[in-house]
Ligand binder design. Structure first.
Ligand code: PLI
Length: 459
């Protein structure tokens, strides 16, 4: 384990948001009323909110100043052109279609490129991404390396593609059935794990040979670039900005949830290099999102995003960002709590299978653990296990993923080191009483993305 080197924040705090402190009995009541689903809690009943790093970042003073420069014209807002410039300069993609968030971009690209019966290989699934592929008539196929499904493997690039798996799919279905390969930087469901540049280059080489596009889920690309800089010797002296650009240059287009890396509370985009696909996306965006120069966003949101994109590739920012997550992960590791290793970029993932081995996956151990964490100290985490995996689109049976995790997701620039200590202490307390914890049954299950709204009852 690395000793703690300084990851101190390259900013100071100018404004604070006061939090409500709750009692144990208030929390027990709140989680019961929320059907033991942390998504259904009211945020004012939460002390430290680790549900997600999505849309929860603190914006900089420069971004807030940018908000005041919002040009709220229906068409041709200057903020759109500023965003287009930032996307071109930082990521290198030629064409931009703004969307209200990442799934808006996933909807557009899936509807345009996927035909019924198509196969979409990807380095592990993400919930909304896979659903849009399925709704467009496609089938997702996992091509990530096996290490990614093993919480204990310390492979430095668990987001890597297993080229043999990809090649086998191309052999089996032919390139005509594979409209694109979806490559995520970093891989959220594997624990915020990066793909290496050398692996991405190999994926590019193989797909180019078969004329298959790479669509890049670039939600956390700067975090991935930081890991490449830290772990791939060739990139030791290269800037994050340069590495980000090189990643993007190896792909044909991207879907972006700007609510993560790009440090905004709302927003996303589809970025493309090919003009024909862009024309179609620009046409379709007006049906589902808004005019092509705002795509569901206010001008001020686009301005904040343009600024956030540039801030996201700053070395000091990323060092503190990932350093804070590492600090929490190392405290838990030192206490012997099973977590996904290596520690990821956007959160620490608790291994619920190991923490609660007496609860079978049918009784939702990760969901149960997340509820227990809330009860202990008002810390809200997210289930990333069987509830998130949902049901197989064809058979309707529950999918039982190898990884049954609780994600302690760290919002960017929001919490302090003392908060990290409170979190670690709470996890340790729950861990100490783990043998007394019982599983749950699902009493309400929505048809799509069930984890958001499902309700549970303790057994
Ligand atoms: O939440 P959206 O629609 O802006 O973005 C969807 C999305 C796509 N890809 C990846 C890798 C994500 O992590 C992602 C959203 N993630 C959420 C909301 C999260 O809590 O991780």
């Amino acid at each position: 384990m690395k000793s703690r080197s300084s990851w101190a924040e390259p900013y100071k705090i100018k404004m604070v948001e006061l939090l409500k402190m709750t009692t144990l009995s208030q929390r027990k009541k709140a989680i019961r009323e929320a059907g033991y689903n942390t998504f259904l809690l009211r945020s004012e009943d939460v002390y430290i909110d680790l549900l997600t790093d999505s849309g929860t970042s603190a914006m900089s003073d420069v971004q807030w100043a940018g908000m005041m420069r919002g040009d709220e014209a229906y068409a041709g807002s200057r903020n759109y052109y500023n965003l287009e410039k930032a996307v071109r300069e930082v990521y290198g993609y030629t064409y931009l279609v703004p969307t209200h968030q990442g799934r808006g971009a996933e909807h557009l690209i899936s509807s345009i490129l996927i035909k019924k019966g198509d196969i979409i290989p990807g380095n592990m699934y993400f919930t909304t991404t896979r659903l849009h592929q399925e709704l467009a008539g496609g089938t997702f196929r996992d091509i990530i390396i096996d290490d990614a499904h093993d919480a204990e493997s310390e492979h430095p690039f668990k987001g890597n593609v297993d080229l043999g798996k990809l090649e086998a799919l191309i052999d089996q279905y032919g390139s005509e059935k594979i409209p694109y390969v979806c490559i995520a930087t970093t891989v959220n469901m594997a624990g915020g794990q990066p793909i290496s540049m050398s692996n991405l280059r190999a994926v590019r080489e193989l797909t180019a040979k078969h004329g298959i596009r790479i669509i890049h889920d670039m939600t956390r690309v700067a975090e991935n670039a930081y890991f490449i800089q830290q772990r791939e010797p060739e990139f030791k002296r290269k800037s994050i900005a340069r590495i980000v650009r090189e990643i993007c240059d190896l792909t044909d287009g991207a879907t972006m949830s700007a609510k993560k890396d790009a440090l905004v509370n709302i927003g996303g985009f589809l970025a493309l290099n090919d003009q024909e696909t862009f024309e179609e996306a620009r046409n379709l965006v007006v049906v589902y999102e808004g005019l092509h120069t705002y795509g569901g966003l206010a001008g001020r949101d686009m301005e904040a995003m343009a600024i956030g994109i540039r801030e996201s590739v700053d070395q000091n920012h990323m060092h503190a960002r990932v350093g804070q997550v590492e600090y929490l992960g190392q405290r838990l590791q030192a206490a012997g709590i099973p977590i996904v290793l290596p520690i990821g970029s956007h959160g620490v993932f608790l291994d619920a299978r190991k923490i609660l081995p007496h609860i079978p996956q049918e009784q939702y151990p990760a969901q149960t653990l997340a509820a227990e964490l809330y009860i202990d100290a008002g810390i809200r985490a997210m289930e990333r296990g069987v509830v998130s995996a949902g049901r197989d689109a064809k058979t309707g049976k529950e999918r039982f993923p190898k990884l049954e995790l609780v994600r302690l997701t760290i919002p960017r620039r929001v919490y302090t080191q003392a908060h990290m200590d409170v979190i670690a202490e709470s996890v340790m307390r729950v861990y100490d009483r783990r043998s007394k914890i019982k599983g749950m049954e699902m009493v309400y299950e929505p048809n799509y993305l069930r984890f958001f709204q499902a309700r549970f009852k303790p057994l």
